[in-house]
Design a protein around this ligand. Structure first.
Ligand code: ZN
Ligand code: ZN
Length: 426
């Protein structure tokens, strides 16, 4: 047995084989959705300034408090492996002058992200995320369209019976009043809430609403609701978002306690999960997003009204497995070349190149010598057209072309083989 000397770093994992097919499927599906809605792909660097996330995601969030992979460069800069995608896309938008383009600018990304989380099932320190962002436009119709895009992405991936949970958390102004109301509600309940909530109440009281502790949730069910505190502008914005949602076939429900964990959100926030049933609820949400009109303000730069969502790919893949949504292996189009003997190998190697030029897929097992083994492999791949170069054919400059369905075979001159195959597979 091989002695294994090196292993993946804690919380990171290799992706290959069947697993990689699922990642491919998720990426391809997102690409199709992006093409339809005219989102352009953006790749931002893995490393960003630490401050970008402290200011945007928020100092009292778990991401910034505990989960950032920080590194100090030789020049003493504090950099982090990006923990999320919205802040980098926003930075790139400003830095590259995208404000002068027609708005909204529609960007999507797919790539690895990093959080220093406690290792546990389904949680990785390097994970993949897909995100869609529309920057530079405050219209409520875009909130509804973002939700529709997210919903379509999930249904295209094969998820049935999903439902949108939606809320408005208002702007800075209306949130001030709500924060006060929530604090005074909690004041009388300090003894009953969990220790995390006690801490949250002091640092960022809205995050108390995120608590999953059943006791806290029971207490919070009587808490004041943010919707009652919205200023007229925020109220009107949210009303319009809901009216737009009525126009599209997306089931939604109001969840007055949905706040989303990150500081940059404002007004519309949403998550998509599965329709109610106790088991489905336990699964929780599949993806989430919202508006972040004041992210620019937190970064002490221009205010750019924007909306978007992101989706964790590992979680989606785990759910695809749970729901038995699998990536069917694609049907193999092309031919299989079987060769026997050294001379045949030489001819086959050259022939593969000819098919490559002709843009015809070739499958082979060129290092093998057994005809039986090669035919078995062709069978497994369900390839219909098989070329055989035996010792005799190699000498005669011919090839046997065999139809695996009918069993019919004929002999063709090597120089005509590409033309003959083209005729058959098209
Ligand atoms: Zn407001
Ligand atoms: Zn709690």
């Amino acid at each position: 047995m091989t002695k294994i000397k090196y292993q993946t770093v804690t919380g990171m994992h290799d992706v290959f084989g069947r697993e990689q097919l699922l990642y491919d499927k998720v990426e391809e599906t997102a690409q199709k959705i992006a093409d339809f809605y005219a989102f352009q792909r953006i790749n931002t660097p893995i490393l960003e300034d630490q401050d970008l996330f402290i200011r945007s995601v928020g100092e009292s969030t778990d991401i910034v408090e505990k989960e950032m992979f920080t590194l100090k460069t030789k020049g003493k800069d504090l950099l982090v492996l990006r923990p999320e995608g919205t802040a980098p896309v926003f930075r790139a938008y400003l830095e590259n002058g995208m404000q002068s383009l027609p708005q909204p600018v529609k960007l999507w990304y797919y790539g690895p992200f990093f959080r220093y989380e406690r290792p546990q099932a389904g949680r990785y320190r390097q994970f993949w995320q897909i995100g869609f962002e529309m920057l530079g436009d405050a219209s409520p119709v875009l909130d509804a369209q973002t939700i529709l895009i997210a919903y379509n992405l999930l249904s295209e991936l094969g998820f049935k019976k999903t439902i949108v949970n939606i809320n408005s958390i208002g702007c800075e102004e209306c949130r001030k009043d709500y924060r006060k109301a929530l604090l005074s509600f909690l004041r009388g309940k300090k003894e009953s809430i969990c220790s995390d909530c006690k801490r949250r109440a002091e640092k960022n009281v809205l995050r108390v609403l995120d608590c999953k502790n059943p006791k806290c949730q029971q207490i919070l069910s009587e808490a004041p609701q943010v919707l009652d505190y919205l200023c007229p502008d925020c109220k009107n914005h949210f009303k319009q978002v809901l009216e737009f949602l009525e126009e599209i076939p997306v089931p939604y429900k109001l969840n007055p306690f949905l706040v989303r964990g990150l500081d940059y959100y404002c007004r519309t926030v949403f998550e998509i999960g599965f329709e109610d049933s106790p088991e489905e609820e336990a699964i929780g949400s599949i993806l989430g997003g919202g508006r972040y009109d004041f992210l620019g303000k937190s970064l002490k730069t221009d205010i750019v009204p924007s909306v978007g969502f992101s989706m964790g790919v590992e979680r989606v893949i785990a759910l695809m497995k749970l729901k038995d949504i699998d990536s069917k292996p694609k049907k193999k189009e092309g031919i299989f070349i079987v060769q026997v003997g050294d001379l045949a190998k030489r001819k086959a190697l050259k022939m593969i190149q000819d098919f490559r030029t002709a843009k015809i897929n070739v499958f082979e097992a060129i290092s093998k010598n057994s005809m039986k083994l090669q035919l078995t492999k062709a069978n497994k791949l369900a390839i219909n057209t098989v070329l055989i170069i035996g010792q005799q054919e190699a000498l005669n400059n011919t090839v046997i072309i065999k139809d695996m369905i009918t069993g019919n075979q004929s002999t063709v001159k090597q120089e005509n083989i590409v033309k003959e195959v083209k005729k058959r597979i098209k």
